[in-house]
Write a protein that binds this ligand. Structure first.
Ligand code: WT7
Length: 648
């Protein structure tokens, strides 16, 4: 081991672990040398209607990329997440729901989950939903969100969950892309003591989505919302009319399970498509081993169901394992900065999984909020969404984990379905800031930006993956070309993650962040191209370029350079107007942090914007701009520097 700070697994973690350090090495070697044998065995963690005989059939060769796992297997995921647990776990709690308002909660047993999901599935069927149809879900963090996705899985419909903070325009774009004819929403959501008008956003979105003919509305706050005759129905009214039981639909392993839209470096968000068999094997296995999950553990992932973390590690992974999963409607700061820790103590949470941005925000509020709570139930802490800086890691370890709990930093993506590089808490010593080692079956490689394979252990470059793993996305919905060109063209023969990384002398991976034009703002992926096209849609904007800059809490902030139409003056009022405009076009998560009015942008003679220069100025690091002589008009740089917005 190197001389960097290293935390060995505690004696307790070693004693209880599913996988020891020696077993990890042997299992890992087998997983890459004999994937067929390894995954045939792992597939047994799932109940198959017809077990697979064909295990792996995958090719990363551009332009014939094709990924199939367990391709002749037949199963149903909702039966795996619910029905099969009933003999042992009918009265065990499957979901603990903690509401935004302190004091509101619910405990949903596996029996009740079964009843609710069966009923929900029959409501969807009664509304005309058939196997293979796409169902858009725009719900707050209430149990109905889990029922809705599991109901889709039960009848073989493909869900497309949209985070309940996205704007009407973003909703309609996603509805139209996958041609869904039905939307499930609620009257309103609650977050941080405020209400969010969800039905209203859907009504507005549907003006641009004429293909939708049904809206199922879950009553949540009880707000009075207009209901369009013939189109909108209350969930409860329909639930009263349908039978209680719904047989799970037999699904092929490669049938689509869900679409989740995510931002890329160009164009509109892509519909990341996940399928059935490989996905459930992957999320169930990673959830069990990375969190060292055992029967009786109370597990809490603070993500929202609108992101992949919520799909894989609030709903599918934990429930496939018969776990008790806590679902939280609120935010870390409401009513105050001790909310997370109150909830941990109240529900006796053993495993807690959150994002660096939340940790940094709570760090900023001061350690006393966490120090007041002993949290004796806690055993393991997890981190996800962006690189965790060592200071935040140490704060988490000390003030939340009381130097007693391990920390697992899990690197993965919407595209990967589940964990890719992560410690196993009883097997792999951790280093603050490193996601450590690959999970079984994952073969990370480091390439130079030009694509040369870095074979020595110590290396730095772009992070690619050499071969397929079962949880991998299969395509971009409706656009396999875009799937291949985004992930398999630039570095042929590999899956390109879009991240940069460093591998140290111990073979540990340190993710350094995106190498493409994707920002990571508070753990949310935002394409600079999306913010730019929102800005240029404003009548006063002629041109816009968006880059990221380091932000203490969000990880990255959104920095916008805006060239205005001739005759328009850039003032603070216009900045506010543009900020609100982007919030309305995309959603509050894409709100610009800094706006600089720039009379000109740095362009090459062929008209290409030199983003490298814009990034440096945004980082307040203009001493090292590099060669600017190829610019069409080098003098614009002086103006950019003079009016820079991020002064250290
Ligand atoms: C991007 C994927 C994975 C679920 C949540 C985000 C960054 C994610 C880590 C980590 C360093 C991380 C990467 C990745 N990222 N986890 N533990 N360490 N970076 O999913 O929206 O698909 O974003 O988030 O840059 O590419 P996503």
């Amino acid at each position: 081991m190197s001389d960097q700070l290293v935390f060995e697994p505690s004696a307790e973690a070693k004693a209880r672990t599913w996988v020891t350090e020696e077993q990890y090495e042997a299992m890992y070697a087998r997983s890459v040398n004999d994937p067929e044998g390894f995954w045939a065995e792992q597939a047994k963690r799932i109940d198959w209607i017809k077990p697979p005989t064909k295990i792996k059939n995958t090719s990363f060769e551009f332009p014939n990329v094709s990924i199939k796992w367990f391709e002749d297997g037949v199963l149903n995921i909702s039966a795996n997440c619910i029905d099969r647990h009933l003999p042992q776990r009918a009265s065990q709690v499957a979901l603990i729901w903690e509401g935004d308002t302190p004091g509101t909660q619910d405990h949903i047993t596996y029996q009740r989950l079964y009843d609710e999901v069966n009923r929900f599935a029959n409501v969807l069927k009664a509304q005309g939903v058939k196997k293979g149809d796409r169902v858009t879900i725009y719900l707050p963090m209430i149990p109905a969100a889990a029922y809705a996705v599991l109901a889709c899985a039960r009848i073989g419909a493909v869900h497309s969950v949209i985070f309940a903070g996205f704007s009407p325009d973003s909703i309609s774009g996603r509805i139209n892309d996958c041609e869904s004819k039905i939307v499930i929403t609620a009257d309103e959501g609650r977050r941080g003591g405020k209400t969010i008008a969800l039905k209203k956003a859907v009504d507005e979105a549907l003006q641009k989505s004429p293909g939708v003919d049904k809206v199922v509305v879950v009553k949540n706050t009880g707000a009075d919302v207009p209901m369009a005759g013939g189109r909108d129905v209350w969930y409860a009214d329909e639930a009263a009319k349908v039978p209680a039981l719904c047989e799970p639909e037999p699904m092929n392993a490669e049938d689509p399970l869900f679409i989740l839209y995510t931002s890329g470096s160009t164009g509109k968000p892509k519909g990341v498509l996940h399928t059935t068999g490989g996905y459930i094997v992957w999320v169930s296995m990673t959830h069990q081993l990375t969190f060292d999950y055992r029967d009786g553990d109370i597990y809490w992932c603070t993500a929202d169901i609108g992101w992949v973390t919520g799909h894989s590690y609030i709903v599918y992974g934990p429930l496939a394992n018969g776990a008790t999963s806590l679902m939280f409607e609120g935010v870390p700061s409401y009513p105050d900065a001790s909310r997370f820790w109150q909830v941990v103590e109240k529900h006796k949470v053993n495993i807690f999984y959150t994002a660096p941005t939340a940790i940094r925000a709570l760090m900023g509020a001061g350690p006393e909020w966490a120090d007041k709570y002993e949290m004796p139930s806690l055993r393991l802490l997890g981190s996800v969404g962006e690189p965790i800086n060592p200071e935040a890691w140490m704060w988490y370890y000390k003030h939340v984990g009381k130097e007693r709990c391990g920390v697992v930093d899990t690197w993965w993506q919407t595209e990967t379905g589940g964990f890719m590089i992560t410690p196993l808490p009883g097997a792999i010593p951790t280093k603050p800031g490193s996601a450590t080692k690959p999970f079984f079956g994952v073969q990370p490689v480091v390439l130079s930006p030009e694509g040369r394979l870095q074979e020595q252990t110590k290396a730095e470059g772009v992070l690619c993956i050499k071969d397929s793993w079962p949880g991998q996305m299969r395509s971009v919905y409706g656009d396999h070309e875009r799937f291949m060109s985004t992930y398999f063209q630039q570095y042929q023969g590999y899956y390109f993650s879009g991240d940069g990384c460093r591998r140290d002398e111990d073979g540990y991976y340190w993710i350094t962040g995106r190498v493409d034009d994707v920002l990571n703002v508070s753990g949310h992926r935002i394409g600079t191209a999306e913010v730019e096209s929102a800005l240029v849609a404003h009548p006063k904007v002629a041109e816009a370029a968006v880059v990221g800059y380091p932000h203490d809490i969000k990880g990255q902030g959104i920095y916008c350079y805006v060239t205005l139409m001739t005759g328009t003056t850039g003032d603070d009022a216009l900045k506010t107007e543009l900020r609100n405009w982007v919030r309305k076009e995309i959603g509050p998560i894409a709100s610009p942090d800094l706006i600089q009015f720039a009379p000109g942008l740095p362009k090459t003679r062929s008209g290409k914007i030199m983003r490298r220069i814009l990034r440096k100025v945004a980082e307040d690091d203009f001493g090292s701009l590099g060669d600017t002589s190829t610019l069409a008009d080098p003098s614009v740089v002086e103006d950019l520097i003079e009016h820079r917005q991020n002064r250290g």
